[in-house]
Design a protein around this ligand. Structure first.
Ligand SMILES: [Zn+2]
Ligand SMILES: [Zn+2]
Length: 244
């Protein structure tokens, strides 16, 4: 089926049917609607939990460790990143539909979960802006939306921190990263983003994205923002790869 038509049908389904679980697409009960995830999926999905890497936010295998193995060996340009869910099981399907099947309404659910888990931290940091990881214009037109922007707007509504989607732009269309390893991801993203404003007023910002894989994307965006004079750049993602 044509992607565009499928998009319209999906939006229509969202309107006429009761809200569905972001993970299994099953219809939600009244109580479940509050969380956007059904009871069964709530049991099966994996959250990051309290024991996570102080740099990238990945869940740690061993209690008491401060950093994951990757962050012990590799430095990052961003200051710190956090996530809510582990990118595994049904959450992978949720992310796929959020990105490719026009389920923009998932943004509300994910933003609420980010707020629930990291709301105190976000408030304490006093971020001046939420910056969605930009998508190339051509890709955005084709897909109709940028899921990171959807997330940014929803989190902004909940926190009153303004969204800034002008400051950094994606200049190059990059190769799909799914199959690339850490080194190749880095290379693939090199100079993909540019600073689009000369007069940057912010000191501390929060980048938002859907999935954290190796951190290359956050690092590249953080690099551009820091070049523009922003001193502290943090990140928050809905999902992160499994423990390292
Ligand atoms: Zn479900
Ligand atoms: Zn880490």
């Amino acid at each position: 089926m044509n992607k565009f038509i499928k998009g319209i049908i999906d939006s229509f389904i969202e309107l006429i049917y009761p809200k569905r679980c972001v993970c299994c697409d099953g219809i939600l009960s009244k109580i479940e609607k509050e969380v956007g995830i059904c009871k069964d999926c709530s049991k099966s999905i994996k959250i990051v939990g309290r024991n996570y890497c102080m740099k990238c936010g990945a869940p740690l295998l061993k209690c008491g460790d401060e950093y994951c193995a990757t962050c012990r060996d590799n430095s990052h340009i961003y200051n710190q990143a956090k996530a809510v869910f582990q990118y595994t099981g049904e959450m992978k399907n949720a992310m796929y539909r959020f990105k490719y099947s026009n389920r923009r309404c998932y943004g509300k659910v994910f933003a609420r979960h980010i707020l629930k888990v990291h709301g105190d931290w976000i408030k304490a940091q006093q971020f001046e802006a939420i910056i969605p990881v930009p998508m190339h214009d051509r890709k955005r037109k084709k897909r109709g939306y940028n899921q990171a922007e959807v997330l940014a707007k929803e989190l902004s509504t909940l926190t009153n921190i303004p969204v800034n989607d002008r400051i950094v732009r994606r200049e190059m269309e990059t190769q799909a990263m799914k199959q690339l390893n850490r080194q190749k991801r880095k290379k693939n993203l090199l100079n993909a983003f540019i600073l689009a404003e000369n007069d940057v007023q912010f000191r501390k910002v929060l980048i938002i994205d859907d999935i954290y894989t190796t951190g290359s994307t956050l690092d590249e965006v953080a690099k551009v923002l820091k070049t523009g004079g922003i001193t502290e750049v943090y990140g928050v993602c809905v999902c992160i790869g499994q423990a390292q």
